[in-house]
Ligand binder design. Structure first.
Ligand code: 6R9
Length: 652
């Protein structure tokens, strides 16, 4: 499929209304400076932060086999909480730092000023100290999207403890494994997590998890709903302790390379890895990307709809926005509760300027109909963002036209838990947008396209291969917690001397990058390499299709065949005629070789709680290998899998 591009809609030239921080010329100049002389570029960017002891060294990094060693600003000292809170107090103490929007629209939003944030974080930090937590200790945070989640993160940062957030949708087993994995001394949780009108019993999940942990792990409990929970000797009442705690807590002086947090993430093999991010480089990178990618200006209201349990929430709900003195929204709910207008209602209510969400949410809301968007005044929106997976042109166009009214640039940000911040992304006002393309490297990022088997660098444009990065950037993860060897093996051993992203990509004739999906999702049909995302995108572009997931399966003649799971729009019925129609459609959208060999009607797709489709399971079902589905416990709705297996006979 090297030569067959998806027919892309006309590039949008929508420009933001405030003069953007960078235009095309400035981007080119700054990008060149960032890769020609990284030392000077990042020395200057380092000045975004307040340092306790200024750094004199900027970059000391090695991707050499056997010596993967990444250090930025290594002799500087600073504190992340001081940079996200204290330094703003004089100029913006009364400004809202966090708008908390609760699950139910009946409940009032909270506006937390930088001064209030300072008080709460200092109190929480003193509570942690009171429980014996000191610099370098690990604290697991298992909380709903409530202000206390941000207080807990920043309180850890303030005293030098390392937080590890576990998404509140994870099971007790997953939580226990993470508590043990980083040998945490304390878990911070809540009684219940309200979400979409339902409540997850976090405290009882935590009790179940702690049955498998050391006896001396303590538990700090926030009362979110006040609902009934059991209480044991290891539990402490967070609300009561904070009420009594002092609001005075000096910051701990941290080295730039001291760990800030651990975040567990799954790879293609083995148990989840503890990705380690450190203090100085991470914060410089989160803050710079937040400002430039979203064209954030002082006074803007920024909303990232992610959960703090994922890296997107770390970098773009808490650390990046607060380092920049922004007003950031924390949303406890889901896009479709109480109805499919919730996102747009919240945007209108808080006059959101930058809105950042995931394609899966965009597709779901697109399926619900335009009337949900049109009811609300979205005139304050200036920039729209997308993250987490490739966005199909159909969803992109809907986002652009119906949500952005054709006047808000869409930044399709490609990055990973491992990268700390954006790697490839268009910039508002600087990039002529192409629907579905992540397009350009961010400052300091040097993407290379490698031939997957030989590992040779592929030069020139109009090429496809695996995406690697040639040199370090400040937001890069430093190690896998407790297993530096695994860090090297996972990211630096397939292609020596490069950071390997695990993703495939195409560099088009203009030099713009398109992510084609994880390389384990690339299928090879009759010798043609094809991104499953390309076929999915074509299927989803059909008016009757709501969602689709495509995997490869063994095929006698072609090597691999194309197996498409298709979820139809509400009200559409599966039929042989529709199957034919979709086959013809994909042929005409991409080309004959992309025609699905098998289409299975799927009422639902197996997704993780962060909305990623678990292709591993779909591949196994496609192969009729039902005995080896692996761990399905992280699925949002495990029953989907049983339905898919039961329905496999409807494929043809
Ligand atoms: C931030 C985040 C990382 C993987 C990554 C890639 C996919 C993320 C994307 C994208 C295409 C984008 N991904 N953003 N693919 N276009 N704009 O999602 O981190 O959860 O670690 O996932 O997500 O496959 O390798 P993480």
């Amino acid at each position: 499929m090297l030569d067959t591009d998806i027919d892309t809609p006309t590039a949008s030239s929508a420009a933001p209304e405030k003069a953007p921080h960078v235009d095309a010329e400035r981007y080119a100049q700054m990008y060149a400076a960032s890769v020609d002389d990284p030392e000077s570029f990042w020395a200057e960017q380092g000045q975004r932060l307040d340092w306790i002891k200024p750094f004199s060294k900027v970059k000391n990094t090695s991707f050499a086999p056997g010596n993967i060693d990444i250090r930025w600003f290594e002799d500087g000292t600073l504190n992340v909480a001081a940079n996200c809170i204290d330094r703003h107090l004089e100029t913006r103490g009364d400004q809202t730092a966090i708008i908390w929007e609760p699950d139910s629209p009946q409940d009032a939003a909270l506006h937390i000023s930088y001064r209030d944030l300072h008080t709460s974080v200092c109190k929480m930090a003193n509570v942690l100290k009171g429980l014996g937590i000191t610099k370098g200790d690990r604290v697991v945070i298992y909380l709903p999207m409530i202000p206390e989640a941000a207080y807990a993160m920043l309180a850890c940062a303030r005293i030098g403890a390392i937080h590890s957030i576990v998404f509140a949708g994870f099971s007790p087993d997953a939580l226990g494994a993470r508590i043990n994995g980083c040998d945490a001394k304390l878990v911070i949780t809540a009684d219940y997590a309200p979400r979409g009108g339902r409540e997850t019993p976090l405290k009882s999940n935590t009790d179940a998890a702690l049955l498998h942990c050391k006896d001396d792990v303590q538990c700090l409990v926030v009362k979110r709903t006040g609902g009934q929970t059991t209480w044991t000797d290891r539990d402490h009442d967070c609300n009561a302790l904070m009420a009594e705690a002092s609001a005075d807590c000096p910051v701990e002086e941290m080295n730039a390379e001291d760990p800030l947090f651990i975040l567990y993430t799954s790879g293609s093999t083995g148990q989840p890895k503890g990705v380690v991010h450190t203090t100085g480089g991470y914060l410089v990178y989160a803050s710079l990307t937040h400002e430039i990618t979203f064209d954030y200006h002082d006074g803007d209201v920024f909303w990232c709809t992610a959960d703090v349990g994922w890296v997107t929430g770390h970098s773009y709900i808490v650390y990046g926005p607060l380092a920049n003195g922004a007003t950031t929204i924390m949303f406890e709910g889901v896009p479709t509760y109480p109805d499919a207008g919730r996102f747009w209602e919240v945007c209108a209510k808080h006059k959101v300027n930058q809105f950042y969400t995931a394609p899966t949410a965009i597709r779901a809301l697109m399926g619900a109909g335009n009337e949900w968007v049109e009811k609300h005044d979205l005139s304050d929106l200036r920039v729209l963002g997308s993250v987490g997976e490739p966005i199909n042109p159909e969803a992109w166009n809907w986002y652009n036209e119906v949500v952005g009214k054709g006047r808000c640039p869409i930044v399709d940000t490609f990055w990973q838990t491992e990268t700390g911040g954006h790697m490839l992304t268009p910039l508002p006002g600087a990039t002529t947008l192409k629907p579905g393309a992540a397009q350009q490297p961010f400052f300091g990022v040097q993407p290379v396209v490698l031939e997957p088997t030989s590992g040779e660098v592929i030069e020139g444009n109009g090429v496809e291969g695996v995406l690697c990065i040639k040199d370090s950037w400040p937001g890069q993860m430093r190690t896998v917690w407790g297993d530096h060897e695994r860090f090297e093996k996972t990211y630096f051993s397939d292609y020596k001397g490069y950071y390997f992203s695990g993703d495939g990509c195409r560099r088009d004739e203009d030099g713009d990058y398109w992510i084609t999906g994880r390389v384990d999702d690339v299928i090879n049909v009759s010798g043609h390499r094809m991104g499953t995302a390309e076929v999915e995108s074509a299927l989803v572009a059909h008016a009757k299709v709501a969602e689709s997931a495509v995997v490869g399966y063994p095929h006698d003649v072609k090597g691999q065949g194309i197996y498409a799971y298709v979820t139809l729009m509400n009200g559409e019925e599966p039929s042989d005629a529709l199957r034919k129609e979709l086959e013809t459609w994909v042929r005409s959208e991409i080309g004959p070789i992309a025609k699905p060999d098998l289409i299975q009607w799927a009422p639902g797709l197996p997704k993780t709680r962060s909305g990623k489709i678990m292709r591993r399971i779909l591949r196994k079902i496609a192969e009729d290998d039902f005995g080896a589905l692996g761990d399905t416990s992280t699925l949002a709705d495990p029953s989907v899998v049983d339905d898919l297996i039961a329905n496999r006979m409807n494929r043809r």
